[in-house]
Design a protein around this ligand. Structure first.
Ligand code: OSB
Ligand code: MG
Length: 370
């Protein structure tokens, strides 16, 4: 597959409701889309960096610069037998996993189309229907959170995750647990606590959570291992796992019992699959995280979630929870049982709405092989 042309597009899409985490609030989601042309086929992907370097060290504008000046020149005009060969071409670049994933995952879409396969089948997926959960942002009051939880439970979602931070945790958690004694419930702190909070975090053990996601520093696996020894709630790492080696370190150290896999955070499908295969071999359940993606990133996440070992509901939910209008057709919908039925057509399995994308585009640059 020769990389003939790559187009980067920046879009601004307004979230239906602002999403607040311990690191900030997103109203407008800046999106960075990659359109890759190869021998007559078009692959699409989404770079999942945020508006600033708050989740990890990347941002939409930083990723754009790294793509433009470093990653695109390494692949433009080059031929790849398989999309899984792309990470090797980027071996000299440190970090910037989300930017790398932008090119790698677009080429996977191309490869699947070339072979006439749905992307999930090319990846080795086996599940035709994937279990879904939701991630609820920080709310102004426990009452407001209870309203949100009730809506998602009624919609059928199989797991509710609530964002927490110091001062917005136990009161919220106990209200939800009291109202819903039997739901699968988890919390995500996005690194809002420290090891001085061990006693406090131990009191979360009373709420029989499915997991506690990334309570401590984004880059500190050892600290999570120390915490895990002192609490019963199973820890799940998100920010701390940018590649397979950190997944191996975390599991060997006992820093977590579950891993959240995000395509962007780990540099694309090949790396995500390496982590999935390793976790499966260690019997560590994984699930697919989300980064408030539009339909293109969401379609890639659905494909990822079909692999063996994705045993827990992911954060991949219906388009309509985020967007008035999504950029794919049909939009992603969730069944009353809280599942997504995996599309059967080739590539991503959804039609990309180029007209809507053009209308929402605020910046665009094309790179063509000579
Ligand atoms: O930590 O999982 C996270 C959103 C932005 C940045 C980090 C995270 C999240 C979410 C939202 O939890 C998941 C989603 O609904 O896409
Ligand atoms: Mg998280």
């Amino acid at each position: 597959m020769r990389v003939d042309s790559i187009t980067l597009r920046k879009l601004n899409m307004r979230l239906k409701t602002p999403f607040e985490t311990s690191f900030g609030t997103t109203h407008e989601r800046p999106l960075l889309l990659v359109e890759l042309l190869s021998e007559g086929l078009t692959g699409w992907s989404e770079v999942t960096s945020g508006e600033g370097p708050f989740f990890n060290s990347e941002s939409v504008d930083i990723s754009w610069l790294v793509l433009r000046d470093f990653l695109i020149p390494l692949v433009l005009g080059e031929s790849f037998a398989r999309a899984s060969d792309v990470p090797q071409a980027f071996a000299a670049i440190r970090g910037h996993e989300m930017a790398r994933a932008g090119i790698e995952t677009a080429l996977w879409d191309v490869e699947a189309q070339r072979l006439g396969l749905p992307l999930w089948k090319l990846l080795g997926g086996t599940q035709q229907e994937i279990p879904c959960g939701v991630s609820l942002g920080l709310q102004d009051s426990p009452e407001r959170l209870l309203e949100k939880v009730a809506v998602e439970v009624a919609a059928g979602y199989q797991r509710i995750k609530i964002k927490i931070k110091p001062g917005k945790d136990l009161a919220y958690l106990s209200a939800v647990r009291r109202a819903h004694p039997n739901i699968r419930l988890s919390v995500d702190a996005n690194s809002a606590y420290t090891l001085d909070d061990v006693e406090h975090l131990r009191s979360f053990d009373d709420y029989y959570l499915l997991m506690m996601e990334q309570p401590l520093w984004w880059d500190d696996i050892y600290a999570h291992a120390k915490l895990q020894k002192q609490i019963k709630t199973v820890l799940c790492l998100d920010e701390s796992i940018p590649h397979l080696r950190n997944a191996q370190t975390a599991i060997e150290l006992g820093a977590c019992g579950i891993i959240n896999i995000k395509l962007g955070r780990v540099g694309g499908h090949a790396n995500a699959r390496d982590i999935q295969a390793y976790c499966l071999s260690k019997r560590v359940p994984v699930w697919c995280g989300g980064m408030l993606e539009c339909g293109i990133g969401r379609a890639h996440n659905i494909a990822v979630s079909t692999l063996p070992g994705y045993a827990l509901p992911g954060d991949v939910s219906a388009s309509a929870r985020y967007w008035v209008e999504d950029v794919i057709e049909p939009e992603v919908t969730v069944t009353p049982q809280g599942t997504i039925r995996v599309p059967q057509s080739t590539g991503l399995g959804y039609h990309v709405r180029r007209d809507l994308i053009e209308r929402l585009t605020v910046d665009k640059q094309n790179f063509r092989a000579s």
